[in-house]
Design a protein around this ligand. Structure first.
Ligand SMILES: NC(=O)c1ccc[n+]([C@@H]2O[C@H](COP(=O)([O-])OP(=O)(O)OC[C@H]3O[C@@H](n4cnc5c(N)ncnc54)[C@H](O)[C@@H]3O)[C@@H](O)[C@H]2O)c1
Length: 342
């Protein structure tokens, strides 16, 4: 066992013991809070590469255990999965900036880590939920994106598609284990989740816009600002995830988890500025300047949520405006160090 790994494991195995990989991250920490509220006992496995211990600090610690380690540690993963009733696999290398800066790590974490987690879940008969991404639709222009539509990726020489490919691999592996080993697995494709504790450092748009607006600095829109996205509050996303993990009809299926309000990024900048009463100018920056290389951005990304709605009756409750204020409140809280480029 690596010396750096810290273990704080409870001894007993209650009936609702849940493992959350990537639980110290943005979505993972909200998921942990929701599971604990419901009375589950939660074990987090996270290597703190993009997640932070502080993300779990406000959460009731009595039923929460934290294991600092990697999903690439197959022995550890096997041990933790075997001791769980359910596993939510969220650990991944995430964010355009990180994917471009660390292309090998992205592929290794997302492919090998998912292989370790799903393999262990299949061996031990533990129900799994895999966090995939809207990125798997790649450059498809068949909008809105429907779960069974073809995946259309770009050239292998363009590093940004490696993330999409790694998540698609995870989905194929999940379906393969379901068929070959009877694994009970559910897959969610998140579409631009936003809220407190998201970090802007790896290219996430809303925390960056909010931080710039709060500081009255220029709000930097990459590209022409016409590209659109649909933003879902993390509280709504976690709601969908927990319900899908329990719904028998979700077994062996993939679901888009997103909102359908389509917003151009240029308009998002203006909305952030007006919601926060900021004096920031809005400036455009070419992708080449922003990322140090030209990248293919997707003009539109809109989920078809009919399957999600039919399965669990899901409709988002939190507006984008409310999400902007949540992010602003978090950015202004004392624990956030603005100068660290979060
Ligand atoms: N935020 C979004 O809009 C979005 C969109 C699509 C998909 N997703 C997926 O949702 C999941 C959570 O994303 P997030 O936005 O919370 O990002 P995040 O970076 O906050 O969370 C990822 C977590 O995984 C951990 N991690 C990374 N490598 C690890 C390893 N080898 N072993 C253990 N832990 C490791 C990180 O430290 C971090 O805590 C990811 O799988 C991501 O691909 C998120």
């Amino acid at each position: 066992m690596p010396a750096a790994r810290r273990r704080e494991m409870p001894e007993a195995r209650p009936s609702s013991r849940v493992l959350v990989t990537g639980g110290a991250g943005f979505i993972g920490s909200h998921l942990c809070a929701r599971l604990l509220e419901r009375g589950d006992e939660v074990v987090v496995l996270d290597d703190l590469s993009t997640g932070k211990r502080e993300n779990l600090a406000e959460i009731d610690a009595a039923n929460l255990s934290f294991v600092e380690g990697s999903v690439l540690d197959t022995e550890l993963v096997d041990e933790l999965v075997a001791a769980s009733d359910r596993v939510f696999h969220l650990a991944a290398a995430v964010g355009v900036r990180l994917i471009l800066d660390e292309p090998v790590r992205t592929l290794e974490t997302n492919v090998e880590g998912t292989r370790a987690v799903l393999g262990a879940a299949a061996r031990h008969g533990v129900r799994a939920l895999f966090a995939s991404s809207s990125e798997v639709y790649g450059r498809s222009d068949e909008l809105p994106f429907q779960e069974d539509a073809a995946v259309v990726l770009g050239a292998t020489s363009e590093p940004r598609w490696s993330y999409a490919c790694s998540k698609a691999f995870g989905e194929w592996l999940a379906f393969a284990h379901a068929r070959a080993d009877g694994l009970d697995v559910r897959i969610v494709r998140f579409f631009n989740i936003v809220g407190q504790r998201q970090r802007g450092r790896y290219g996430m748009v809303l925390p960056n816009f909010v931080r710039q607006a709060l500081a009255d600095e220029p709000i930097t829109v990459f590209g022409d600002g016409q590209q659109t996205r649909c933003f879902l509050h993390v509280g709504d996303a976690v709601d969908a995830v927990v319900r899908l993990s329990e719904e028998p009809r979700a077994r062996g299926r993939v679901f888009n988890v997103g909102a359908t309000r389509e917003v151009a990024i240029g308009d998002l900048a203006a909305l952030v500025r007006s919601e926060l009463g900021s004096a920031s100018p809005i400036v455009r920056m070419p992708y080449r300047e922003a990322y140090g290389m030209s990248i293919t951005d997707l003009p539109r990304r809109v989920p078809d949520v009919a399957r999600l709605h039919a399965c669990i009756g899901f409709t988002p409750r939190v507006s984008l405006e409310a999400a902007i204020h949540d992010v602003a409140e978090y950015e202004q809280s004392p624990r956030v160090t603005r100068r660290s480029g979060r």
